[in-house]
Design a binder for this molecule. Structure first.
Ligand code: RIB
Ligand code: CA
Length: 316
C-alpha cells in the first residue's frame, strides 16, 4: 500500500504534543506492507516550519531519512489567525534539516493524479493541505485510493465551548468541510473513539527504560507531555496520568482494520464561530437520508489496539 502521511508533527521538543510522532513511528513499523512515500507538514499542533523540521528529525531518528518531507500550509484556508507560535528551540536545534522542494498540496495532487487508485492519504492534522490538493486538481478526489482522517467527533459530545468539534477540525473547519464534501473515499476516526485508547505514565516509563532508538526518546517525550497536561488541568487528576493516541488509531485503521468498527454516515461540518469544527453526522436511518459520504469509526478494541501499539513501538 502506498501512503502519504499529512501531519502537524509536534514530537521532539519537551512538552509538545506527541501523538503525531507515535503515528509516524507506527506507520514505519509496518513498512513490509505500507510504503510511506511522502510526509507532508501542516500548521496545527505547531507552526508549519517547526512541524517540517520535527518530521525530518524524527524520520532520521527512526532510520528513514530518505523519505521526503514537503512543507505544507502555514495557515488555515480562511482564518489565518489560527496559527501557533514557532518555538525558537525548534529552529535552533533542528533548522539544519532541509525539506524537499515544493508545496504539500501540489505534491499530494501530483502523486495522487499520476497513480489513480493507488495512493492512500493518512491525514492526522488540520485538513488544509488535503483540501487544497483537492481544489488544485479536480481529479484528486476520484483518483485517491482512500483518505483516512483523524478528526471530528461523530457520536460523542463536542468537548468544549472553547474548542467545539475537535482540534484538527476546529483549526480549519473550511478544509474539513471541503474534504467531506469532495466525494473522495473517506474513513473518519473521530475523537469520541480515539479518546478511548490511552497511553499511561506506566507505558511511558517502560518505553523510557528500553534500549531501542525510539522507545526511550518517545517515553521521555510522553512523560514531559503528561507533566504539561497535568500542570494545565489542575482540576482534572486524570489529565497528567494518560493521554490519547488519536493519530496512531488512524494508522491502525489501515494496518489493523480488525481493531475498529465502522458505520456508513453522511457527515458535514459547521464552520461558524459557536459551532466551529462541529461535525453533523447523519447515520442514514431515515428514509429521506442522503447518500453516505464516509465511513465513521464507531468502536475500537481498546485492549487489542494497546497491545498492538506497545509491541510495535517498543520494538523500534
Ligand atoms: O484532536 C486530536 C488531534 O489534535 C490529533 O491529531 C492531535 O495531534 C491533536 O493535537
Ligand atoms: Ca495531529
Amino acid at each position: 500500500m502506498r501512503v502519504i502521511l499529512d501531519t502537524d508533527m509536534g514530537m521532539g521538543v519537551p512538552g509538545t504534543e506527541i501523538d503525531d510522532g507515535f503515528a509516524l513511528a507506527l506507520l514505519l513499523s509496518e513498512s513490509d506492507t505500507m510504503t510511506t512515500e511522502l510526509v507532508t507538514s501542516v500548521n496545527g499542533n505547531i507552526d508549519v516550519e517547526s512541524g517540517t523540521y520535527l518530521s525530518l528529525e524524527l524520520l532520521q531518528r527512526l532510520g528513514r531519512p530518505e523519505i521526503p518531507v514537503v512543507r505544507g500550509a502555514a495557515a488555515p484556508l480562511v482564518e489565518p489567525e489560527k496559527v501557533r507560535g514557532a518555538p525558537e528551540a525548534v529552529r535552533r536545534e533542528f533548522g539544519h534539516h532541509t525539506p524537499a522542494p515544493g508545496y504539500a498540496a501540489a505534491e499530494i495532487a501530483r502523486r495522487v493524479v499520476e497513480s489513480p487508485g493507488e495512493i492512500t492519504i493518512i491525514a492526522i492534522g488540520p485538513l488544509t493541505n488535503v483540501a487544497a490538493a483537492i481544489a488544485l486538481d479536480e481529479r484528486v478526489a476520484s483518483s485517491v485510493k482512500e483518505i483516512v482522517v483523524m478528526g471530528g467527533v461523530f457520536l460523542g459530545r463536542p468537548p468544549s465551548l472553547a474548542m467545539p468539534g475537535e482540534f484538527n477540525w476546529w483549526v480549519d473547519p473550511h478544509a474539513a468541510r471541503a474534504v467531506v464534501r469532495s466525494g473522495a473515499p473517506l474513513r473518519l476516526v473521530g475523537l469520541d473513539v480515539t479518546l478511548q485508547v490511552r497511553l499511561t505514565r506506566e507505558h511511558a516509563a517502560a518505553m523510557a527504560a528500553g534500549t531501542g532508538a525510539f522507545g526511550p526518546f518517545a517515553g521521555e517525550c510522553t512523560i514531559a507531555w503528561l507533566d504539561k497536561l497535568g500542570r494545565e488541568n489542575p482540576g482534572d487528576p486524570e489529565a497528567g496520568e494518560a493521554c490519547a493516541m488519536h493519530d496512531s488509531l488512524a494508522v491502525a485503521a489501515l494496518s489493523r482494520p480488525d481493531l475498529l468498527t465502522w458505520a456508513p454516515a453522511h457527515v458535514d461540518v459547521v464552520t461558524d464561530e459557536v459551532g466551529r469544527g462541529v461535525a453533523i453526522t447523519d447515520l442514514l436511518t431515515r428514509s429521506d437520508a442522503p447518500a453516505p459520504n464516509a465511513q465513521i469509526a464507531v468502536d475500537v478494541d481498546v485492549e487489542g489496539f494497546t497491545s498492538y501499539f506497545l509491541e510495535r513501538i517498543t520494538a523500534l
